[in-house]
Design a protein around this ligand. Structure first.
Ligand SMILES: Nc1ncnc2c1ncn2[C@@H]1O[C@H](COP(=O)(O)OP(=O)(O)OP(=O)(O)O)[C@@H](O)[C@H]1O
Ligand SMILES: [Mg+2]
Length: 229
């Protein structure tokens, strides 16, 4: 079966402030369609950087990434943005909600970007209800708690039914109950919508639900285990 995500020799070096800092060191990774992968590892090991490269949000210093057979960095920036909008959902560690839009409007954005405005409001509303925010539709991000913003970000990431969903610590700001709701929702998306799921998590209960756990340390894959933690 062709890989849904294929990374070859992926490296990233930052050169901010004098000395170059190598954050990822020649990562090779192949993720099958419909799988559920958890990325774990200590703070600073490169997890967010890896996710950003795999999603085409950031460019590698070396190496390449194929998503659903498409070489991301062979595309122009515009083409890549368009491909990403169609194929990928991304939940950022810091949410990145648009401050001037309500929760409902934030979730509608990916549909509108794809010209799927019709029915967008209803779909966005039903997803917000699923993450327990049916009574917060008209709140702006600043009027939402951290965990509520995180759930809005999650609803926004899969409102357009992407083939691949990347999520950076999607339960990081949630209490046990809401963390459980989000974990079940992610599992359901993976199983029912057949979304390939790659998520970074420090939450052992969430990592345990994954089919495969990849551990990073100092920019390298040091463990790649199937069948949960
Ligand atoms: N834009 C940047 N410029 C310079 N260094 C950066 C940049 N972004 C990240 N880094 C460095 O790269 C390393 C890896 O960062 P990254 O955010 O990928 O870690 P992480 O594994 O996600 O950590 P955490 O668990 O704390 O979120 C860190 O040491 C960080 O300081
Ligand atoms: Mg991170």
């Amino acid at each position: 079966m062709p890989a849904m995500i294929l990374a070859q020799g992926l490296s990233k070096t930052y050169s901010s402030g004098g000395r170059p800092l190598q954050v990822l060191r020649s990562i090779d990774l192949s993720v099958e369609p419909e799988s559920f992968v958890a990325v774990v590892g200590p703070s600073g090991s490169g997890k967010t950087t890896l996710l950003g490269l795999l999603a085409g949000l950031d460019s590698p210093t070396a190496g390449r990434v194929l998503l659903d057979g498409q070489d991301l960095f062979a595309l122009t920036e515009d083409e890549r943005a368009e491909f990403r909008a169609r194929t990928v959902g991304f939940v950022f560690q810091t949410f990145h909600l648009l401050p001037t839009l309500t929760a409902l409007e934030n979730v509608m954005v990916p549909l509108e970007l794809q010209g799927k405005g019709r029915g967008a409001r209803q779909r966005a509303q039903s997803l917000l209800e699923r993450v327990g925010l049916g009574d917060r539709l008209d709140h702006y991000p600043a009027q939402l708690s951290g965990g509520e913003q995180q759930r809005v970000a999650l609803a926004r990431a899969f409102v357009h039914g992407p083939k691949i969903l990347f999520a950076d610590e999607p339960t990081g700001n949630l209490d046990a109950e809401n963390g459980g709701v989000v974990a079940s929702l992610l599992e359901e998306l993976n199983r029912e919508a057949r979304t390939t799921l790659v998520l970074v998590t420090h939450n052992p209960a969430l990592a345990q639900r994954a089919h495969r756990v990849i551990r990073l340390a100092a920019g390298r894959i040091v463990e790649d285990r199937r069948g949960g933690v």
